[in-house]
Every structure is written in C-alpha cells, then in structure tokens.
Design a protein around this ligand. Structure first.
Ligand SMILES: [Mg+2]
Length: 221
C-alpha cells in the first residue's frame, strides 16, 4: 500500500493516532464536567452545559489549550487530567510502528494540536519522544492543523517535501487540510478511541493496524 522508498518524512498526529483517544474523550466529556460541578458546587444536571461549552470550541486553538480551559472554567485542568492519567496509553501496535520507523530512516515528526502542557503530561508517560525527530505543536505555530496556514507554518520550522511525505491523523478535517496543502500520502485511523466502534472515513483510507502498511516481512498481527 505504501512504497516506503518514496517517503522521506512521516508526520504523525498524537491523540487518536499514536495514543488512544479514550483518555481525551473520557476526560473532556465525563471527568471534567463531573469534577467541574463538584468543585464549583453546582447542581449535577448542569454537566451538560459544560459539555456543550467545550464542544463549541472544537477545532480552534482554544479547544486544544489547557490554559484556556483552566482560565475559562476556573479550575486546574492539568491537575484534573492527572487524576485520570492512568488512561493515557499507546494505541494497539503504535509502539511496533514507531520502532520500525526508527530503524527505517524516514524523518519522523509529531504534528499535533496538543499544547505544550498536554505534551508535558503525555510524553513522559508514553515514551514517545524516543521515537520522534521533532515535535511541532499547533500552539507553537499559532494555528490549528485544521487551518491551511498550519502547513505553511510547519514548513517554516520543519522542511519537508509534500510529495514525499506521509501524514497519518484520525481527524478527517485535518487530513483534508493537509491534502489541500499538497501532502501526497494521507491515512486515517479506523478506531481512534478503543472504547468506541470502528468507523470508515469517506475520503481517506483508514488504518486498522499500522502493521498493514509495513513491508512484507512485518505481516499484520
Ligand atoms: Mg488526533
């Protein structure tokens, strides 16, 4: 499916691609609303308001900013994340894939919408850094991956040839923005959240296992 000789750079999303999105889904939709009403001594029924408020910011830099939410909600979001940090973990065969990439030479760059506070929490718990040549957060470049400007900004800090680049991301809106920029090889993820059903993507091939794109000597498990 992938001719690895035609790839110089692999851009990888973090949440839902390398890491199980279950942590984030659980945190934003269950844990945070519950703890918010507890900490502010609000009626339990107001949880849905906080969920709606969170979802309204989807796809913006605010949505991905822990500092924004701490300020907006008057709570320490990082401390609340630590309460459920045992749910942070790699997806199925992500580690095998990263190990293979490390042995196989392409430049491997994390291209994430997670902000630096999220990265500071997740990187030490997952060991991802050992396998990455560079980490670019959309918070650093000032625009989320959903926006076309992100790819131009990424190109400034991390040179890559779009025709020789593979980008893997679980978010179809982000894949679309990468396609418009001209990145040639694009793949989605079939099951970003281990606790939710698999889904197909309309416009992109969605990976079941990373093993399915590795050369023959690494057959799918
Ligand atoms: Mg993602």
């Amino acid at each position: 499916m992938i001719d690895w000789r035609a790839i110089d750079t692999v851009l990888l999303d973090m949440d839902g691609t390398l890491l199980d999105l279950h942590f984030d889904s659980h945190f934003w939709l269950e844990h945070l609303p519950r703890r918010y009403v507890e900490l502010h001594r609000l009626d339990d029924s107001t949880q849905h308001e906080i969920r709606a408020r969170i979802i309204r910011e989807q796809g913006t830099l605010n949505w991905y900013s822990l500092a924004y939410w701490s300020r907006e909600l008057g709570i320490d979001v990082v401390a609340l994340k630590r309460e459920v940090q045992h749910l942070i973990g790699l997806r199925s065969d992500a580690l095998d894939f990263l190990q293979w990439l490390k042995r196989s030479h392409p430049r491997v760059v994390l291209a994430t919408n997670a902000d630096r506070e999220s990265l500071a929490l997740k990187l030490p718990l997952t060991g991802l850094e050992d396998y990455l040549d560079a980490i670019v957060s959309s918070a650093d470049v000032g625009t989320p991956k959903e926006a076309p400007e992100f790819w131009f900004a990424l190109q400034e800090v991390e040179r890559f040839d779009p025709q020789r680049t593979l980008f893997i991301d679980d978010n179809p809106a982000v894949l679309e923005s990468a396609r418009e920029y001209g990145i040639r090889y694009l793949l989605g993820i079939k099951q970003p959240d281990s606790q939710r059903p698999e889904r197909e993507l309309e416009e992109f091939i969605a990976l079941d296992h990373f093993a399915s794109i590795l050369p023959g000597e690494h057959p799918p498990v």
